[in-house]
Ligand binder design. Structure first.
Ligand code: DQA
Length: 143
């Protein structure tokens, strides 16, 4: 079982960036605990601030991995290119947000990528990633 976690722009600054919203932990310090929790799963991690690099990574893994956990950051609200990419892939993509985007500014309420995703998890802090992994393991790939 292989699952790819992908973080988009500014998520390399987790722990430093607006800690009141995104928490005090970096993703690098959160990830080992998540990997230890699922020893049967190869949990890969990738982060980029660049839209095209997120697409390259999804195209690279999306035909062979069992699922993608995607926090596209602000590209969530702007990127038709990410939506088209998600729709091109056979593997399920779960959209994740650390914060509850629906309780924040109105421009965060709209996601351009949700329509291509199997589901959306938002608002549970870094635990949102675990919930997304659970969703993939629970057979989110089934129609
Ligand atoms: C985010 C929410 C987005 O609106 C924001 O642009 C982010 C992070 C989240 O994880 O809560 O960068 O995706």
């Amino acid at each position: 079982m292989k699952i790819q976690i992908i973080n988009g722009p500014n998520l390399n600054l987790l722990g430093v960036r607006e800690p009141g919203i995104y928490g005090k932990s970096s993703f690098e310090s959160y990830l080992p605990g998540l990997q230890a929790r699922y020893p049967e799963v190869q949990l890969h991690y990738y982060q980029s601030n660049i839209e095209g690099e997120l697409i390259d990574k999804m195209q690279e893994v999306g035909f062979s991995f069992d699922g993608i956990v995607l926090n596209a950051g602000a590209y969530t609200h702007t990127s038709i290119a990410l939506l088209d990419c998600i729709r091109s892939l056979p593997c399920p993509v779960v959209e994740v947000h650390i914060s509850n985007v629906h309780g924040r500014e109105e421009f965060r309420h709209r996601s351009l990528i949700s329509a291509g995703c199997k589901g959306v998890i938002a608002g549970f802090g870094l635990d949102s990633y675990r919930l997304a992994v659970e969703a993939i393991l629970n057979g989110v790939s089934e129609p």
